[in-house]
Write a protein that binds this ligand. Structure first.
Ligand SMILES: *[C@@H]1O[C@H](CO)[C@@H](O)[C@H](O)[C@H]1NC(C)=O
Ligand SMILES: *[C@@H]1O[C@H](CO)[C@@H](O)[C@H](O)[C@H]1NC(C)=O
Length: 362
């Protein structure tokens, strides 16, 4: 690249930023007044350029898995790192890992779900480590649970990989996805914060399908409509939470469905094919591709629960980030294009910022 061109680009970005920054402040003051009485839905907003982003660098997060470390895997565009989520009617609190660790001394936070939980768990541990780089940390794995801990604060950030939340039973006939049982839930007891997620694995077929038969109400089926199965499985999970969780002791979140960008028609750009060459988010607050029907199931099941579960309503805000995926910069390179997971630093940092905002406001 010509140096002069580079300088012009930097200048342009600088100017654009200045303008945008001002716009955000004016916009916010008016909006905050307008919405103060109604409370603030932190999930309604838009992405704004912020030169202070990202919140950490991947080389400052030595335990970041290579699968999410897009920079290390050769991604050189930088703009996707520089967007901050701006709610319409309020500002998010500034993230302070040290305050979090002080306030959550002696507490355990567990993420439960598939690799999108892994994505969020990794993001959170990187954010915390970047805030307190001098604090010792430890990492260990026991019985299907990965634990990241800061011994000086006695805070544990845990991950239980459980793609379906309900059980998979291994029998002579094969692997049975049991829509009514949730013995795995014993591992979730006694946590201070639980963050669940499930959906993507319900869609898999062929060699990626993790079960051979599906069981519901004592009957076994070769297959089932995947939305129906998800609804039933999630209802079992909801009953588990309603029965086992004491809301005074445990705060429960559900991470909304994380969008994929494997069909660029969804965002009105058929020539792009998928996420691979995307370097810019969508501006504005709505996504033309609509929402995933699975998200409607999540919202329906949560509405029917007797215990409070906070939806981390990240579906739309993440849908706007067609630029945020791993794409060809994952572990598998261009042969394994990945338009479902997210680069770190990146979009899951915002999921955690929102979770943080909701946690510290209580
Ligand atoms: C989640 O966010 C979307 C987009 O902002 C909104 O349309 C939807 O109603 C929200 N769902 C809930 C349960 O708040
Ligand atoms: C650390 O926290 C756990 C609960 O997460 C508690 O059982 C334990 O007593 C604490 N240890 C210390 C040394 O405070």
């Amino acid at each position: 690249m010509e140096p002069s061109f580079h300088v012009i680009c930097v200048l342009l970005i600088f100017i654009l930023q200045g303008v945008q920054g001002e716009d955000v402040d004016v916009h916010n003051n008016v909006e905050i007044e307008k919405h103060r009485k109604r409370g603030c839905d932190v999930f309604q907003g838009r992405w704004v350029y912020d030169s202070s982003y990202p919140l950490y660098n991947s080389f400052n997060c030595p335990f970041l898995e290579q699968a999410f470390d897009c920079r290390k895997n050769g991604r050189h565009d930088r703009s996707y790192l520089k967007y901050r989520w701006q709610p319409l009617s309020c500002n998010l609190p500034r993230f302070s890992g040290s305050n979090f660790l002080k306030n959550f001394r002696g507490k355990r936070i567990m993420f439960v779900g598939d690799s999108l939980s892994l994505n969020q768990w990794q993001s959170f541990t990187c954010m915390l480590h970047a805030s307190v780089p001098e604090a010792k940390y430890a990492f260990f794995r026991t019985g299907g649970i990965s634990t990241f801990t800061f011994p000086a604060y006695n805070v544990s950030i845990m991950l239980h990989r459980s793609a379906f939340l309900v059980d998979i039973l291994t029998r002579k006939r094969g692997r049975i996805l049991d829509l009514n049982s949730i013995n795995g839930g014993n591992l979730w007891k006694g946590m201070d914060v639980l963050v669940f997620n499930s959906w993507h694995w319900w869609t898999h077929r062929g060699s990626l399908q993790a079960w051979d038969l599906v069981r519901d109400e004592k009957r076994t089926y070769k297959d089932m409509n995947r939305f129906v199965a998800f609804d039933k499985g999630l209802t079992t999970w909801a009953q588990w939470v309603d029965f086992n969780i004491d809301p005074k002791a445990t705060k429960v979140f559900f991470q909304g469905v994380s969008p994929v960008h494997s069909n660029s028609r969804d965002w009105g750009d058929p020539r792009a094919k998928d996420c691979r060459a995307q370097t810019q988010p969508m501006l504005g607050s709505s996504y033309p591709g609509g929402t995933n029907p699975a998200e409607a199931i999540v919202e329906k099941v949560l509405r029917g629960m007797s215990k409070p579960v906070q939806l981390l309503n990240i579906t739309t805000l993440s849908a706007l980030r067609k630029d945020g995926h791993v794409g060809v910069f994952g572990y598998g390179g261009p042969k394994a294009i990945d338009c479902s997971h997210w680069c770190l630093p990146g979009v899951p940092d915002t999921w955690n910022l929102l979770m943080y905002a909701l946690l510290i406001q209580n």
